[in-house]
Design a protein around this ligand. Structure first.
Ligand SMILES: O=C(O)CCC(=O)C(=O)O
Length: 247
């Protein structure tokens, strides 16, 4: 797929700090990715049960190291085009996560900026959230505060897991009444600035809500963060050309 109107997306990103692509992946491709995420989750659950722990499994990190399918996914032409448009001809994967919200869990993902997990140089990067299931207000779709990226980095408190929310960081937006839900069909991709405030609510209905999240940064970036570690990163674009498979 090629981006229909790249300059409009670039302008939306600049103004609002996010945009949503209409449909970036074919349904067969999404079904294959969803099956693969389930397989990896089951594998991790089994390993974790052997060690006497039960894995919640809501965030499976380093996707590209867990399966050749995910290694290809994070370098898909859609992401290469988004990197070229919003970062430039030299870009790296910063971190990736399979975001699984199990059915009928009461947990939310608090308001945060992805840069709130730790700063980078350059500060702003992009996070691409690909829907594997239809996302709705009921099952915990993303919510964003348009334009909130323009305030720059705001303070975050470190939060432990609670009855209400997953562990992580929390910001306190002044303008939360402006928040909009990003309800998406499987295959749609939300592209977020690492500075735009976003959250997700609990998944109430009887069906899992899965997404694949891949964050990209300018090649040679420096990270001071708890989220992406150096080993999570890999080259994606060099001189506008996709880096070889397995890099
Ligand atoms: O998948 C979700 O519900 C939230 C994910 C998110 O906000 C993130 O990865 O930064």
């Amino acid at each position: 797929m090629s981006l229909a109107d790249p300059q409009r997306y670039k302008e939306d990103f600049r103004q609002h700090g996010y945009f949503v692509l209409p449909s970036a992946f074919a349904q067969e491709c999404i079904a294959e990715l969803a099956d693969e995420l389930d397989r990896v989750q089951q594998q991790l659950r089994a390993q974790s049960a052997q060690r006497g722990k039960i894995l919640g499994g809501w965030a499976i990190s380093r996707l590209q190291q867990r399966s050749p399918l995910f290694a290809d996914f994070i370098k898909d032409p859609v992401f290469a085009q988004l990197c070229q448009l919003l970062i430039g001809p030299d870009a790296d994967l910063f971190w990736s996560v399979g975001a699984i919200k199990a059915a009928q869990t009461g947990k939310a993902f608090r308001w945060h900026q992805d840069s709130g997990y730790g700063t980078t140089e350059p500060l702003e990067y992009i996070t691409c959230w690909t829907a594997l299931d239809r996302t709705t207000r009921e099952n915990g779709c993303l919510w964003v505060i348009p334009g909130s990226h323009r305030a720059g980095l705001i303070g975050h408190a470190s939060e432990k897991e609670s009855e209400r929310a997953y562990p992580g960081v929390e910001a306190d937006p002044q303008d939360r009444e402006r928040a909009v839900p990003l309800e998406m069909a499987p295959g749609q991709v939300a592209v977020l600035s690492s500075l735009v405030l976003h959250k997700s609510e609990p998944n109430r209905p009887a069906g899992v809500r899965r997404g694949l999240v891949a964050a990209y940064q300018r090649a040679g970036f420096v990270a001071h963060n708890e989220r992406g570690l150096p080993q999570d990163s890999c080259p994606v674009l060099r001189g506008g050309v996709v880096s070889g498979a397995g890099n």
